[in-house]
Design a protein around this ligand. Sequence first.
Ligand code: 5FU
Length: 250
Amino acid sequence: KEEKRLSYEQKLENCEHSVGKKILEIAIAKQSNLIASADVTTTKELLEFAEQVGPHIVALKTHIDIISDFDSDKTILPLKDLATKHNFLLMEDRKFGDIGNTQELQYRGGMYKISHWADLVTSHVIAGYQSIDCFMNSGVIAILSMSSKGALTDQNYRAEALKIVETHPNIIGCVAQNKVPANVLLFTPGVNISSKGDDKGQQYNTPEHVFKNLHTDFVIVGRGIYKAENVEKSAKLYKLESWNAYLKSL
Ligand code: 5FU
């Protein structure tokens, strides 16, 4: 018999990390499990996008280093205000992948000062357990496997990575394309309703597929929303499809 998935309420009871609790509380309050990926390249586009999708998402995922006119006062301050206004978290998809000392410098310093504003950060765990110690101000989402064709995250790698995910207190969950134990929050990118992939190796599944087969907790949608003709409408559609797929998977 198939193992049942846990509800957000059940996961909230088991969750110990404050940011993990927060994202679950937002999911329950907004009836949303959608994370919008804001892969736009100017501050203006980023803020407009956040304003449009804000009411429908639990978190806004950024690649802050693709913003061509980044400025902490003009980019981050208004973004934080929008996050407060619409009750969503900021998730920087930095995919750290270095030794702890270097990651600490990248996380706290440089021009982006990620530790000052990111509620969540993504990180590989390829450098080992201790490399994750430096992320003190954010919840960490570990990369277990990737959505692109030919990714090297094979079963052995995933099994070893999962041991770190399940034991490191800074880690709240992981990004993966496979099922994970019910106590780990699962974030799944590579989600699109109308496309199967792109010509650069990206592969897409539907919300229905990932909730039913992977027991995903949160879907991450980029081009399906920010490239849509009507961004707000598309965010709403992905929110409803994903929430219904979650309810069906219970
Ligand atoms: F870890 C991962 C992964 O395995 N696949 C991804 O696509 C992260 N991503 C990110 O999700 C990627 O960097 C994009 O920011 C986003 C997906 O965007 P899309 O436009 O929906 O393909």
